[in-house]
Each structure stands twice: as structure tokens, then as C-alpha cells.
Design a protein around this ligand. Sequence first.
Ligand code: SAH
Length: 228
Amino acid sequence: MSLEARKIRLIMLLRRSGISDTQVLSAIEKIPREAFVPQSFHDRAYENETLPIGFGQTLSQPQVVALMTQSLSINKSHKVLEIGTGSGYQAAILSCVARRVYTIERYKPLLQQAEERFAALRIHNIVTKYGDGSLGWPEQVPFDRIILTAAAGDMPEKLYQQLAVGGIMVLPIGPERGEQKILRVIRTEQGPTYEEGPTVFFVPLISGALPDQRPPNAVGRATQKKEI
Ligand code: SAH
């Protein structure tokens, strides 16, 4: 089956699973998911599967990407913040429905690859940042929408504070490898309101010090050099 045919099958599956927002469905149709995963997974790009993207990180199932995007209720006037750029796929989907997307990643090589993909696909309304996304992007506040694509252990207060009043934040919340739920938070004048969604599995949101940026083989080479 061709990738095009698989994509149509996936769109039908998303519709049946309750994705009714036509903007979200056409974003999924427009963005080539295969361009965001390693070559060896190209043929699986339109299966409803989580795929590896390197550095122990994963790109969520299309159904979860679609559901989270739909529950953000985004329109073309919105400024959106994403924490956890990863492959850049979720940011690319957001770029189709929002005015501008700000996205933060703590692995520089992942961010650089994502930037190359945005350029190749001529997506020009995504702004990237290397750093700890749990601190948000204070220079750009307020955001109309915030999405986390890594699971927070607790409600991320700093990020909530960067949301405009009336704004919506969608995130996976729960322990690493434990039960995580999608949470939809609305910032109102009176404080946050919460709505719980389905159970999901995401890699954890890691705050604080940034990790070693070298891929495992480069780490090996560096160690060897030291021994000589
Ligand atoms: N949205 C991504 C999913 C990537 S998986 C995609 O479409 O491919 C989650 C990502 O969150 C990982 O790349 C991980 O490195 C990143 N991450 C985890 N904690 C983070 C933090 N505090 N700041 C920024 N990125 C973080």
C-alpha cells in the first residue's frame, strides 16, 4: 500500500476516533509525517503508532497528536507555545492552524534536525529555542495556547502563568511510566479550570540541567581519546 493510501486510511481512523475538527484533519493530511521519523520507519509513518526519534525520545501516535491539537481549539490569530519540539512534527501540525508557534527543546541535535525539516517544508511561522521548556519563554508572554508533549509530574505553574486569561493549556500529567492523563486547563479570571482526557504514555518532562548533547557513539570516541 502506498504512503498516500495509508494516509487516507489514517485520516478515516482519526475521524472514527472522534477527531472532527477539519483544520486538524487537513493539517494531518498536509504534513508528511514520514519526513519527521528515521528512514527505517518511513513505511510506518501513517500507522497509528508511536515512533522513535532518537535520544530515547518518541513521536506520539497520530491519534494523540490530533486529539491534543483539537482540544487546544486553536485559530489563526493564536500564538502557541510547545514544550518538547522532538522531531518537530507536532509543531508542524500546530503551524497549520495557529498564527505562530514557539517551541522549546532540551536536546540541541533534535532541535537542529527539526529546524532543517521546517526549512525543507517551507514552514516559516515556527520559532525555536534550545533550553529548559519548564521555564517557558518569558520574553514572549502571554501565549494564547500552551501544549506540553512530555509528561509533567505536577501542574506546571510557571507555564500556567504564561498563559493569557481565557487561554488553554493541554498536557500529559502523571508519573514517568505510570498512569498519565491528558489534562486541559483553561486560565480564567477566577483561576484554572480542569478537564481530564484519556490515558496516555509520554516521555517525562525533565527540568533543570540540560543533558549531554553528544550522540552515544560520540561519547564513546571522547572517552577513547581521554585514555590515549
Ligand atoms: N512534540 C514532539 C514529541 C517529542 S517527545 C514531536 O512531535 O516529535 C518529548 C520531547 O520533550 C523530547 O524531545 C524531550 O527531549 C523534550 N523535553 C523533555 N523535557 C523537556 C524540557 N524541560 N524542556 C524542553 N524539552 C523537553
